[in-house]
Write a protein that binds this ligand. Structure first.
Ligand code: MG
Length: 277
């Protein structure tokens, strides 16, 4: 297995994007996913500065992630209330921001835009469900116009709900950014079974690990790669088996030594990948 190993830029907890880019290059990674940026970076000047820094370091951006002000991942009810296109009152501004992120992706030659669309409402006949479907269609169509694939970040819903939603959105450029840990953190299923179910849609992946929730409505705990319940070796094996050839993007959203965790995570992946044909 010889996929490139990269990192989600904001996982390093370095607020300045140029400093984060420099650190990723110093770590010796060839590729990154661009996480959410401070607002001023989304204009033409910011894009130019980012492109120049990436070129100087010979770094490639595989994907750009859109996230929104006001989102909170404190516990499951808060996620349901605040994340993605589910809150009706912020949907229009979030759609506009997502389009700017798609523009940034295209400008940086990234082929994928990712976002959490939010907790997909359980009632598929509800107005909320229809609104999130329409939002995803609008983003997909905009992405298509700039030559980008729209990758839904996964794991807040179980695989059958995700596949049902993708069917309703019904756009050929809507795929999945698969995150195995989220299924554990949200208690929504077994990662490897979900990966099998979503295999045809996987366009980009995160490598993240986690432990399950210990109480109702709580989220589990994200942990360094290899310390959680994903089974990273089996995850890599399954990615190879479904023919995923894209980058393995390490994501680390917790802990006090993010850079150390990312560096150790990469070593673990390199070790495990040598075992996989
Ligand atoms: Mg993720």
């Amino acid at each position: 297995m010889d996929n490139e190993i990269g990192v989600f830029s904001t996982s390093l907890a370095i607020p300045d994007p140029l400093a984060a880019i420099a650190k990723i290059a110093e770590l010796g990674m060839p590729v990154l996913q661009m996480g959410p940026l401070p607002n001023e970076w989304y204009g033409a000047e910011g894009t130019e500065r980012l492109a120049a820094a990436l070129k100087e370091r010979a770094l490639r951006v595989s994907a750009v992630c859109a996230a929104f002000e006001g989102e909170s991942y404190a516990d499951i009810p808060t996620v349901q209330r605040t994340v993605g296109y589910v809150p009706a009152e912020t949907m229009d501004e979030r759609l506009e921001h997502t389009k700017r992120c798609a523009d940034l992706a295209a400008a940086l030659s990234a082929t994928v835009l990712t976002t959490h669309v939010g907790f997909i409402p359980a009632d598929t006949a509800s107005a909320d469900y229809a609104r999130v479907v329409r939002a995803a269609q609008e983003i997909a169509d905009y992405c298509a116009s700039v030559g980008v694939t729209f990758g839904l970040e996964t794991g807040q819903e179980a695989a059958p709900e995700l596949l049902g939603f993708l069917g309703q959105v019904d756009r050929s450029n809507v795929k999945v950014n698969f995150d195995p840990a989220n299924l554990i953190l949200y208690g929504t299923g077994r990662p490897l079974e979900a990966l099998d179910a979503a295999a045809d849609y996987v366009v980009h992946v995160h490598v993240k690990d986690g432990l399950p929730p210990t109480g109702p409505q709580q989220l589990g705990t994200e942990v360094p790669l290899g310390e959680g319940e994903v089974n990273i070796a089996a995850y890599l094996g399954k990615l190879a088996a479904i023919g995923y050839r894209g980058p393995l993007i390490i994501e680390r959203e917790a802990g006090s030594d993010r850079i150390g965790d990312v560096a150790r995570g990469r070593e673990l992946l390199q070790h495990l990948m040598r075992e996989i044909a």
